[in-house]
Design a protein around this ligand. Structure first.
Ligand SMILES: [Zn+2]
Ligand SMILES: [Zn+2]
Length: 358
C-alpha cells in the first residue's frame, strides 16, 4: 500500500468543503494491519477537528474514526488468532499509545499522554489519517473484530459514539437497578439509553422538550423528563446515582441542576467536548459539597472496553439509529451541514466505498 486516498480538508477555512487527498502511510510495523474500509461513521468530533475547534487544525486532515473494513494485509507479528486477512474489523478514536506508561499498563490507554488519535492530532499527521478514505494502516492492538450479528452500518457508530456512551456507565459501576439519567437524546444519548438498559439500570431520559419522549421510551428508557418544565429539578431530587451529560453544550446552570438531582455520592459524567472557547466550567463548590457530588469526564474507552462494548451490543441487539450516505465530496459536505443543524437521526454512516474509490 504505497498511498491512500481519502476525502478531507487540505486548506484552512474551507469547511465544510472536502477534496480528495492522497497521503503516504507510515511504514508497516510488525504489529500493524492494513484495512480496506467499507464504511465509516461521521462522528460529532469530525467537524470539530477539521474546523480547529479543539486546536489546530493540523492540515491536511482526512477525518473519520468510526471505521469498519476488512483486513487486507498484516505485519509479521500479527497472529492468525488475532486477525486473519478478510476479517471484518473496526477502529475507533484511538490508533496507538505508548504501551509503557502507568495508564497504558493499567488499561487506560485512552488516557495515555502519548496516545495517537486515529486522525487529527499533530503526532499522527500526516502519516495517519481517518476513515473517509479507501484504506487505513493501524496498530492491530487498536483494531477490533466485529461480531457477525452486527451489520456494518450499525457497527460503525459504535466504534466511537457507542463506546463514548458506554464508558461513563462502566466508570461509575452502573449495574442492575442503578438509577441512571441520560441527558440529551442524540447521537450519543440514544445509544447510552440502550447500553444502560443492557447493564440492567433503571434509565431516565432527559431532553429539552416532550418531543423525543416516545422515542426515548421506545429505546428502552423507563422514564422521561422534559427539562423545559421549570420544576424538573424539584421533581427529580435524588432521582439519580449517575447522570451522563451527552449534549454538545454544557453550561453552568445545567451542571448545577444535574448535581442537585444526584443522590449523595452520585456522579455526573461529561463525555462530549464543546468548542474550545466554551471549555471552562464554573462549579458551585457548595453544590458539590452539600450533595457529596462528583463531577467528572471520560475519554471514550480502552481496548478492553471496546471489546466488551461490542460483545454487549451483540448480545443485547443494540442497534444504533443511523442514516447511510454514499461517500462523495458533495455528500460529506451535506452530512456535515446537516450535522451542524442537528438534522440527523442520529448518526450518519458513509458507505459506497467500493464505488467511490474504485
Ligand atoms: Zn501510555
Ligand atoms: Zn468520535
Amino acid at each position: 500500500m504505497e498511498t491512500i486516498t481519502g476525502l478531507g480538508v487540505a486548506k484552512p477555512n474551507t469547511y465544510p468543503n472536502v477534496e480528495k487527498i492522497t497521503y503516504k502511510p507510515a511504514e508497516l510495523r510488525p504489529t500493524d494491519v492494513d484495512i480496506k474500509i467499507i464504511a465509516c461513521g461521521i462522528c460529532g468530533a469530525d467537524p470539530h477537528f477539521v474546523r480547529g475547534d479543539w486546536g489546530g487544525p493540523h492540515l491536511p486532515i482526512i477525518p473519520g474514526h468510526e471505521i469498519i473494513g476488512h483486513v487486507v494485509h498484516k505485519g509479521s507479528e500479527v497472529s492468525d488468532e488475532e486477525f486473519k486477512v478478510g476479517d471484518r474489523v473496526g477502529v475507533g478514536a484511538l490508533a496507538d499509545s505508548c504501551a509503557s506508561c502507568y495508564r497504558c499498563k493499567h488499561g487506560f490507554e485512552n488516557n495515555c499522554r502519548q496516545a495517537v488519535t486515529t486522525y487529527g492530532n499533530h503526532v499522527s499527521m500526516p502519516e495517519r489519517q481517518g476513515g473517509y478514505a479507501s484504506h487505513t494502516r493501524v496498530n492491530s492492538k487498536f483494531v477490533f473484530k466485529i461480531p457477525d450479528n452486527i451489520s456494518t452500518e450499525h457497527a460503525a457508530p459504535l466504534m466511537c459514539g457507542g463506546m463514548t456512551s458506554l464508558s461513563p456507565l462502566l466508570a461509575t459501576g452502573v449495574s442492575k437497578d442503578t438509577r441512571v439519567g441520560i441527558v440529551g437524546i442524540g447521537g450519543i444519548g440514544h445509544m447510552g439509553i440502550m447500553f444502560a438498559k443492557a447493564l440492567g439500570a433503571h434509565v431516565t431520559a432527559l431532553s429539552s422538550s416532550e418531543k423525543k419522549k416516545q422515542l426515548a421510551l421506545d429505546l428502552g428508557a423507563d422514564r422521561f423528563v422534559a427539562t423545559d418544565d421549570p420544576d424538573f429539578v424539584e421533581k427529580n431530587l435524588d432521582a439519580f446515582d449517575v447522570v451522563v451529560h451527552t449534549g454538545a453544550f454544557v453550561n453552568n446552570k445545567m451542571i448545577s441542576d444535574m448535581t442537585k438531582m444526584l443522590r449523595p455520592n452520585g456522579r455526573l459524567q461529561l463525555i462530549t467536548g464543546p468548542d474550545l472557547e466554551d471549555m471552562s466550567l464554573n462549579l458551585n463548590v457548595f453544590d458539590l459539597i452539600m450533595n457529596n457530588a462528583n463531577v467528572g469526564g471520560i475519554a471514550s474507552g480502552s481496548g478492553a472496553q471496546i471489546k466488551y462494548m461490542l460483545k454487549l451490543a451483540s448480545e443485547n441487539n443494540i442497534v444504533p439509529m443511523v442514516e447511510t450516505i454514499n461517500i462523495s465530496e458533495a455528500n460529506v459536505k451535506k452530512a456535515w451541514n446537516r450535522l451542524d443543524s442537528n438534522d440527523v437521526k442520529f448518526r450518519f454512516v458513509l458507505t459506497g466505498y467500493d464505488e467511490f474509490f474504485k
